[in-house]
Design a protein around this ligand. Structure first.
Ligand SMILES: *[C@@H]1O[C@H](CO)[C@@H](O)[C@H](O)[C@H]1NC(C)=O
Ligand SMILES: *[C@@H]1O[C@H](CO)[C@@H](O)[C@H](O)[C@H]1NC(C)=O
Ligand SMILES: *[C@@H]1O[C@H](CO)[C@@H](O)[C@H](O)[C@H]1NC(C)=O
Length: 356
């Protein structure tokens, strides 16, 4: 029976080493450094926007000759440095392990924690957080939009219901409301009435929140210390900022249709709208209606355009008219790069191909 204490001591020693030294983020970077640059920009007095630039293929040499992809996460309040970076397309995944289909292969990727208050971005005073898409736009416009907002909120609720009904998912009362789109399902009233834990991001997968909570722990514990030359170590990183979300809440369902029409009417910018068919947050049918109702010179052409397969028929289809393309991606929810990397790669290549 002498071996037993020895074994226990050995285990404890291992555990000690694990807690004090092992950093999975650092270990993965040792195998392949993925060179990147992080910094802040002061966008208003007291408001600091954080960005993280990956050099194409993780090397600075010749990076300037390669394309640049700029990523803002949305939400509002979701952090690009966490979700885009680790959950969707960065060189490392949420386990801090190498991701094969990273966008950084051949492309520079700039992740921005936007708006201020999100991720590593911060404001010295909460009054500095943005309240509308056109921050401080005129107040008159804001109050005129009030009615329209309610109309759109209702419409979003219906869309979601239209998706969940026919697909056989039951949602308890209280979770139908569109304001729950980004809240955790378990927080919805009436959830205990035998309801399913519906993942609004992807109807076929379990809730992403436990993994995101773990990611927040890992970013604070393993990633943040590696950024100590830039980031104040007292700052608590989270994948989502409730403050940013609630401050922007009134602007949540204000349509951006006119803005997109204006881009299409007056610029030659290429625009791709992509949507997964397993997405409940923004159901594909709703996105299709929206895109086909845009008023712009290419509208009729888009309606009549033939659907083309995305690398075979199982990845979905796309349609194109002039500079606008619309992508229906199969097998994917809200995080298309992670759910269907092959389709996403096709979209990126299409956008970056100057002959299209
Ligand atoms: C990632 O790529 C490596 C090397 O090409 C391959 O062996 C591995 O199976 C890939 N993993 C996944 C999950 O695709
Ligand atoms: C934050 O800004 C508000 C509005 O400008 C001001 O009233 C308040 O004193 C500021 N708070 C701090 C802690 O500076
Ligand atoms: C864009 O152009 C179309 C005409 O092709 C017009 O109906 C629409 O109102 C324009 N949208 C904006 C925002 O200017």
């Amino acid at each position: 029976m002498l071996w037993l204490p020895v074994l226990v001591i050995f285990t404890l020693a291992l555990e000690g080493a694990f807690h004090t030294e092992y950093n999975p983020y650092l270990e993965s970077l040792k195998n392949r450094p993925w060179k990147s640059f992080q910094s802040y920009v002061q966008v208003r007095p007291g408001a600091f926007l954080f960005y993280w630039l990956y050099y194409a293929d993780g090397i600075t040499d010749g990076a300037y000759r390669k394309p640049l992809v700029i990523w803002v996460q949305g939400g509002p309040g979701l952090a690009a440095t966490g979700i885009g970076n680790f959950a969707e397309f960065g060189p490392l995944d949420m386990e801090m392990q190498p991701r094969n289909h990273t966008w950084v292969n051949g492309r520079n990727v700039l992740l921005i924690d936007h708006p201020v208050g999100t991720g590593f971005s911060y404001a010295t005073n909460d009054s500095l957080l943005v309240k509308t898409d056109r921050e401080m736009g005129n107040r008159k416009e804001t109050s005129q939009n009030e009615l329209q907002r309610h109309r759109h909120r209702k419409r979003m609720g219906v869309a979601k219901g239209k998706y969940l009904g026919p697909t056989g998912f039951l949602v308890p009362h209280g979770c139908h409301r569109p304001e729950h789109v980004f809240t955790r399902q378990r927080d919805c009233e009436g959830h205990e009435e035998g309801a399913m834990d519906i993942n609004m991001n992807n109807i076929n997968q379990v809730s992403p929140y436990p993994a995101l909570d773990k990611l927040a722990v890992k970013v604070n514990k393993y990633v943040k210390p590696m950024l100590s030359h830039v980031v104040n170590q007292d700052l608590q990183w989270n994948y989502h900022s409730e403050k940013v979300f609630t401050t922007l809440y009134k602007n949540f369902f204000v349509p951006s249709t006119k803005f997109l029409e204006m881009l299409l009417n007056s610029t030659k910018l290429k625009v791709a709208v992509y949507n997964g068919n397993l997405d409940v947050v923004t159901p594909l049918a709703g996105a299709s209606n929206w895109v086909h109702k845009l008023e712009w010179p290419g509208a009729q052409e888009l309606k009549e355009a033939k659907r083309q397969p995305i690398r075979g028929f199982r990845n979905g289809f796309f349609k194109q008219s002039r500079q606008l393309s619309f992508w229906s991606v199969f097998g994917a929810g809200h995080w298309i790069p992670e759910d269907n990397p092959m389709a996403m790669e096709h979209i990126l290549e299409h956008m970056l191909d100057v002959s299209n």
